[in-house]
Design a protein around this ligand. Sequence first.
Ligand code: ADP
Length: 489
Amino acid sequence: MRDDATGGVRVRVGVRTRVLAAVLGVAAIGMLVAGVTSYLVQRERVDASIDDRLAQEVEELREFAVTGIDPETGDAFTTASRFLEVLLERNVPDRNEGLLAMVDGEVAWWPGADVDVQLHEDDEFVAAVAEAGNSTAVRPRTLSTEQLGSLRYVAVPVTGFEDQSQGAYVIAYSRDLEQASVVGAYQTFAMVATASLAVVGAVGWVVASRLLRPISALRDTAQRINDTDLSGRIPVTGSDDVSALARTFNAMLDRLEAAFAGQRDALDDAGHELRTPITIIRGHLELMDSADPADVAEVRSLVLDELDRMHRMVDDLVMLAKAKRPDFVHPRPVELDLLVDDVIDKASALADRQWRVDARGSATVDLDQQRITQALLQLISNAVKFTEPGDTIAVGSQVAGDEVRLWVRDTGTGIAPEDAERIFDRFTRGDVGRGVEGSGLGLAIVRAIAEAHRGRVTVDSRLGGGAVFIISLPLVGADVPDDLVEEEA
Ligand code: ADP
């Protein structure tokens, strides 16, 4: 029980109990309907079969009346009493059957002791039959007496003898005894049905518990998880829907854990990197001779430099954090050739280099022009840093297969193969980068911009042989003249 929001109290029923209750309910109703219907049908059949047997015996009686001969005289019968006596001697009552011979309203003959239904002992029955004795209609009737219960019987008038006596031959079946076997069968059915329901319930309980186990594990794990410890995982067994749910949940935890760890690392890195300029500024200020104007001027310019560096670093970090948001890029149709021209225009004023265009893809594709320009200018500013006057810096764009490629090539120092991967990480700088102005965030931002477009950035370089940084983006919303799709670069 628990209080709900409205202040009332309601019972919390587990999923397992509800599933089981539904299954057992449906099964029980099904068995009950099947049992009751077939029981009623069987009861009808019992009555019908009694009537059949009665009809057959009446038929035999008629035949005997026509062809029967008194065995003692060898002649036709002369009295109803003698006719009925011989008839009873010849007839052995069936199971649950009783026979009775009446003459002039009195019980005259009845079968020997070995009979299930002793009609002559039931005065109520005898009286009823004597009363109806005059009726000539031979049809099955039903009568319930205290002693013998419900009886189905026919009373056949036996008349036309020399002595004018009025006889009646009564054949009766006990409905209660006949139906007892049906009732017995259905008692067995009820017991078997109850046992089956118990088995269904037990098996259902075990299966439901097993199926739902991952869900309670999921709940426990979710309860254990907080924002500092995301290490809990649900143990997964089997390959059903519920295990798939557990697997999905674990995968979500993996992603969350990676994201949290990434954030923690980023904060660590940022703190670490920002500490250096702060230490430098503090050291210089402590050692500064405030009476010496030349020293003050030198320290002032150095402090401003360091503050500028910190400012750039903070800007870059903010940009990196923003790049993870889904609304970081706003793709619009952009003409690739104009994009390259625009970038070269902006870059060529940066330094004295041989500025070139490698390729100008003439296609219109969806991308965020501002962000891509920012990424290319970042690559160009790196290229400027690692080249000398007279070196070449080239920009290119093309559509290759289902990709858009944009690149910046230089003929500068190049990159050692072992650095090619890690230079894209935050605050990581290659060997040649040491001693050159920079924060180690430039390529991380380029990668973030490429990934925000669901693309990637790679480098192709040899130490001393220059470098080509390639941004490859999936081709989206492209309007490409067929003959202008270029082959792999
Ligand atoms: P920063 O340039 O601020 O150090 P980046 O992330 O832009 O940081 O670059 C990381 C490192 O990659 C650089 O320190 C340098 O070693 C290497 N690098 C980047 N661009 C080039 C290039 N065009 N030629 C050679 N090395 C490069």
